[in-house]
Design a protein around this ligand. Sequence first.
Ligand code: PRP
Ligand code: MN
Ligand code: MG
Length: 188
Amino acid sequence: SMAVHSHIERVLWTHDQISARVSDLASQISIAFHGASSPPVLVGVATGAFIFLADLVRHINIPIAVDFVRVESYGFGTHSNGAPTISSDLKVDVKNKHVILVEDIVDTGNTLSCLIAHMEVKGASSVSVCTFLDKPTRRQVNFQLVGEGKFYSGFQCPDYFVVGYGMDFAELYRNLPYVGILKPECYQ
Ligand code: PRP
Ligand code: MN
Ligand code: MG
């Protein structure tokens, strides 16, 4: 197998560990939505979720739809509250559909709470979340799922700066097939 990138201090989850967990999550979703009124819509949050979403959907064995959204957080300037805004919206109409928001990581919860509210406004009949990693220690916003929505999480992430499997620092490292802790000298 390939050597670990020289900027990685420690690998938290290997490609094999990730694959096993992702296929578990896909089974849970397949069972939960089997026989649902309509195929659930899996909504990947670009960019970070692209690899997790691609792996997850290939292990789901019920009909589903796939779409993407992009969310940006405001920096300094015209808006001071730091609230995220949706810069690229859905293509699929989710009215009366079951939405599953797919994230690579939930940190403060700001991105998800914005997206959950957005899906509710669009008339989704339920909103679930499937995140590869959860960092509950960093939560600022306690989001509420919609309807019969459930929270699926791959692994609880310790409070380190992690990259790989879709996650970046300055757009780099997303392509690493494992998740690792970035050496501090690489982001300072
Ligand atoms: C990261 C990550 C989540 C979000 C989580 O995305 O992919 O989408 O932050 O953080 P939060 O819970 O504090 O809102 P980022 O904004 O870095 O964009 P990216 O996916 O393009 O890397
Ligand atoms: Mn993201
Ligand atoms: Mg990022």
